[in-house]
Design a binder for this molecule. Structure first.
Ligand SMILES: [Zn+2]
Length: 301
């Protein structure tokens, strides 16, 4: 079958993934974001359908364990819309959880991540972890160590929330140098929030995937530099490392409310990319790259 992407409805050959939003959220809640929960299945479905109408086929949801990822609802939405939805296991920064929750699972994270990735009914297809601002605290190191072990057991990609886009070097040093995760199995998220082209080029040269987010109110100050970053990467021969996602984290950011939401990726960003960097680049970023980044040779059960 070759490499496959593990979706909430089952395994799909990487070649059939289609146009992919490589980093988004259909459901999410955190004590850090009171009143901003993504917990409305109908609204999530409307956003997904709007993305599908524009030719979108797949969405990678980066919501990890304990943050309301609602896997059964993801599967229902995937069935209803015909979208390939990929769910995550893993953990976010400690601030997103009650201390008791983290304490309870602390010594069995690898086991829990592997179970999420391999046992049904609704399996995860990637491991999400998170760094801190310009560094990694003890929690981040502990979670990344478990994520690396889950990667070695399953082949799953490890997707990393970089706080404000910082800490890429520290993350690659830990995951790849110390924990032996191949750089090509690591997806660095939010790099647009820290438009330091030297860091981007270094991460691309190392072989990691670089995920950039769609525009948002919170990151308006740096969002306009997206094309500078993508151009620099393309010119240096790293077009094969780039991923794009909407990263819709609040209900207000959805297209049905006051935001660009998931449809923006295809309605505005894709045509602009094709114009600036060529149709081939646009196709690569939305189809070929996510198919490579999120597929794996999953162990036969
Ligand atoms: Zn996110």
């Amino acid at each position: 079958m070759g490499p496959v992407v593990r979706t909430v409805l089952g395994d799909v050959p990487a070649s059939e993934l289609g146009v992919c939003d490589a980093h988004d959220h259909l459901f999410m809640r955190s004590p850090r974001l009171p009143g901003q929960e993504l917990d409305d299945a109908e609204a999530a479905g409307a956003e997904l359908r709007a993305f599908r109408r524009l030719g979108g086929r797949a969405v990678v949801q980066w919501t990890p364990r304990g943050m309301g990822r609602r896997r059964a609802d993801l599967a229902a939405l995937a069935s209803a819309t015909g979208a390939h939805v990929i769910a995550a296991t893993g953990l976010h920064q400690a601030v997103h959880y009650a201390p008791e929750y983290l304490e309870r699972d602390r010594d069995r994270l690898t086991e829990l991540f592997v179970r999420d990735l391999t046992e049904g009914p609704v399996r995860a297809g990637l491991v999400k972890v998170a760094g801190g601002f310009h560094g990694l605290d003890e929690h981040a190191r502990h979670v990344m160590t478990a994520a690396a072990q889950a990667h070695h057991a399953t082949g799953a990609a490890v997707a990393v929330h970089l706080e404000l886009g910082t800490g890429a070097d520290e993350v690659l040093d830990l995951l790849c140098e110390k924990l032996d995760v191949p750089p090509g199995r690591v997806v660095l998220g939010h790099l647009n929030r820290s438009p330091d082209l030297r860091v981007h080029l270094r991460a691309a040269r190392a072989g990691a995937f670089l995920a950039f987010d769609g525009p948002s109110r919170a990151h308006h100050a740096t969002d306009w530099r997206l094309f500078d970053a993508l151009t620099a990467l393309a010119e240096a021969g790293h077009a094969d490392r780039v991923l794009l996602g909407g990263d819709t984290t609040t209900a207000a950011a959805r297209s049905s409310a006051d935001g660009p939401g998931m449809p923006y990726l295809l309605r505005r960003l894709r045509p602009a990319l094709a114009k600036e960097l060529g149709e081939r680049f646009a196709r690569q970023v939305f189809v070929a790259n996510p198919a490579r980044a999120f597929s794996a040779d999953w162990p036969v059960e």
